[in-house]
Design a protein around this ligand. Structure first.
Ligand code: PMP
Length: 419
């Protein structure tokens, strides 16, 4: 294998780049759960574009609609003008996602990325309640812009903002309660006491499974208590489903399992189905209090993304075949990961659905396994405040044989590191 030419990246691209340091290769083509470097080396992809590729790379079912759309000179960029592609998406989202789940949300297209969806949710909450604080949780990740970073519980990421961010309150996530009763009494009491100095916030923002924060999955009881607390105090509940949504944890929305009814929902990553930039902020209809033009953006109408998003919903969410595959492959994944856990003291299983991994007591281990996996032809990420978790996030369409192939490499890599 020749050494890849990375000179221009190293000399011209900002040093902020990170994934390329973990995977020092130059990738070129990709299909399904595999990526290929320019010199033809094949990698199993257990990372899926940080969750943006739930239906795999260049999914042929979705590609044909995209190619047809581009070939027909249909509108590509449209700001927020009405287009056929957007109409199709909204109607399909209504028919296949909202109506069957009895959900009533207005849909806003806030921009290309997840952080845009979060930023918009925070603004809506502040505007509709007239309050400014948003409570978020330890180890939460909500994005990199100033607002979404202010509710992100990661000090390394927050350091990137240079100076302290606007005031926002951080509460302990469910993992601090060790399976004890869900305890929101302290928030309940302080919010009830106007002299406590803890003002009632505009909203609480939560991930049901913390994707970047180490695959901690909140218990149903904790999530329901949180929703009840919010309702009692007139605080809006925002579920950030940017990573855990679009089927990643088993159902389309990650909060379905706990039966939550959030006031606002953020979606992005896999909503376009094809890795194209797209995000949604869903809000209860009465929260749609914007004046026209009050929240603008040039890339709110990326029609090729609407086309693949519609195709993804029609292909994968009109029946329960995908959900069944997620459940079966998640079981296969947990069984495979148990082979690593069984031989490692202090290792434990984390996550839900196909957002599952192994946490190691020794924080060096996950990074070493990631490097050993890369050498053997597998792309897998780490997660958590000390990068102590090996995070497995394959395409939801992965077959049994493909999962077995990736797991074999991962177990082999772990054996090499753990001897
Ligand atoms: N929220 C969550 C839960 C995320 O995982 C991410 C991205 N990892 C974001 C928001 C931000 O999304 P983006 O990187 O597309 O801006």
């Amino acid at each position: 294998m020749t050494t890849p030419d990375t000179t221009i990246f190293e000399t011209r691209e900002s040093q902020v780049r990170s994934y390329c340091r973990e995977w020092p290769a130059v990738f070129d083509t990709a299909q399904g759960v595999h990526q290929f470097t320019e010199d033809g080396k094949r990698y199993v992809d257990f990372f899926s574009g940080a969750g943006a590729l739930n239906y795999g790379h260049n999914n042929p079912e979705l590609k044909k609609y995209l190619v047809e759309y581009l070939g027909g000179d249909h509108v590509v960029h449209s700001l927020d003008t009405y287009t056929v592609a957007k109409r199709e998406f909204l109607q399909t989202f209504q028919d296949l996602i909202l109506t069957p789940r009895n959900l009533d949300y207005k849909v806003q297209f806030p921009g290309p990325t997840g952080t845009n969806a979060v930023e918009t949710a925070l603004k809506i909450a502040r505007k509709c309640t007239g309050r400014s604080d948003v409570v978020s949780f330890t180890n939460a990740f909500h994005g990199m812009t100033l607002g979404s970073l202010a509710v992100t519980g990661n000090s390394m990421k927050r350091a990137g903002a240079g100076t302290p961010l606007y005031h926002s309150n951080t509460a302990p996530y469910d993992d601090y309660f060790d399976g004890e009763t869900a305890d929101f009494m302290w928030l309940d009491r302080t919010w009830s006491d106007s002299g406590s100095g803890l003002d009632i916030p505009a909203a609480v923002i939560v991930e049901t499974v913390q994707g970047e924060g180490g695959l901690k999955a909140a218990r149903t009881v904790w999530l329901r208590e949180l929703q009840a607390l919010c309702r009692r105090h007139g605080v809006l509940l925002i579920v950030d489903d940017v990573q855990a949504g679009c089927g990643r944890t088993g159902r389309f929305f990650s909060f379905e399992e706990a039966g939550l009814e959030p006031d606002i929902v953020c979606l992005s990553k896999s909503i376009s189905g094809y890795g194209l930039p797209m995000s949604l902020t869903l809000m209860r209809p009465e929260l749609d209090q914007w004046e026209p033009g009050e929240h603008n953006g040039t890339f709110r109408g990326h029609n090729p993304a609407f086309v693949t998003a519609t195709a993804a919903l029609k292909t994968y969410w009109a029946d329960d075949a995908l959900e069944q595959n997620i459940a079966a492959r998640a079981e296969q994944l947990r069984d495979g990961l148990q082979r690593i856990i069984a031989r490692t003291e202090g290792a434990s299983l984390r996550g839900r659905g196909l957002l599952t991994g192994v946490a190691f007591a020794d924080t060096e281990v996950a990074g070493k396994i990631q490097a050993a996996a890369f050498e053997r032809g597998l792309l897998v990420e780490t997660s958590g405040p000390s990068s102590e978790v090996v995070k497995v996030m394959p395409a939801l369409t992965i077959t049994e044989a493909e999962m077995a192939e990736g797991l074999e490499i991962l177990v082999d890599a772990a054996s090499a590191v753990l001897h």
